[in-house]
Design a protein around this ligand. Sequence first.
Ligand SMILES: [Zn+2]
Length: 352
Amino acid sequence: MLQWRWFVVFILLLVVGMNASAVSEGGDELPEYINCVNSTIQAQCNTNTNSTALSLPLYLRLTLWSCEDNCKYNCMHNISDTRSPPLLQFEGKWPFYRLWGIQEPASVIFSLGNLYMHYHYLRIILVTNNKNTSKTNQNYTVPTNYYLRPFIIGYCLVNINTWIQSSIFHTRDLPATEKLDYFSAAMTILYSVYFAILRIFHVENSFKQLYIGSILLIMYLAHVYFMSFISFNYVYNMIICGIFAVIQGAMWVLWYTVAYLKNNQSVLVYGHWVLYAIGANAMTVLLEVFDFPPIGRVLDAHSLWHFSTIFVAPLWYHFIIQDSINQSDWSVLPQTDNDYDNHNSENFDMVQ
Ligand SMILES: [Zn+2]
């Protein structure tokens, strides 16, 4: 899944961050930038003397650019144009060329790519039915009688939400969009822990599912409350996300290890896909850790990270679908379409 990255990011950022903090100078600290912003705002945004603020193009007003934001954007690029490399960050962000008011176009496009990937698998799960009656002759989807099917659909929806929020955040980096992006990512991680618990410990009882879900939900709400009303602390957020990412990843690795030691062939034939997903995800973290200035002020490490995770999602879904097929009791599936329709309501819990 997509969670190991948080832990690896946390560890490596500590190392890289300690070095970087000693030498990094923000472009927003340069006197010429400060002068540029002050004079431009004075000239263009003083609504007492002119109405320039209202003259921003429609696409900028639609993407919530204020006159002050626009001045900072123009000064940032003007200063970057006049300076020799390396490119500097401004207020903690690289200078990106915006497109139609979209602040980080590459990250938005790749976030939409991730969104499409999760939507694609949601459609496979919702639209494709398993009407065949043997494991070796089934469609590539989650069987309708599988006890985790609603939770897999939930996983798709949680991720779809996360990538929508990521697209919005990278379109416009504002306090509200940043919070929604962070909180959605945290929800994805916690939901993944929830899913791992339900699957690995075969929690089929609805009451137990609700009980475990309630505990995790309370933890999530406490996290959101802390970040919203006490301190929006990036390090704390990274630690929390890292801890749960490790828990989730470790659970799957242990699950596979136990299957390996028991020589459980029915699991081993597909179980390695979960390791591929975790391993691939850990590799993508390198893009986030070894940050570099955006190529052409468009393509930075963070956007490439979002690009790379597009290809991690299929590894995870391939594992989940194979696992659901393996876990389902095909003997209880009906022989005809009518039987099939009746069967759905009767035998939903008849698995394992
Ligand atoms: Zn992002």
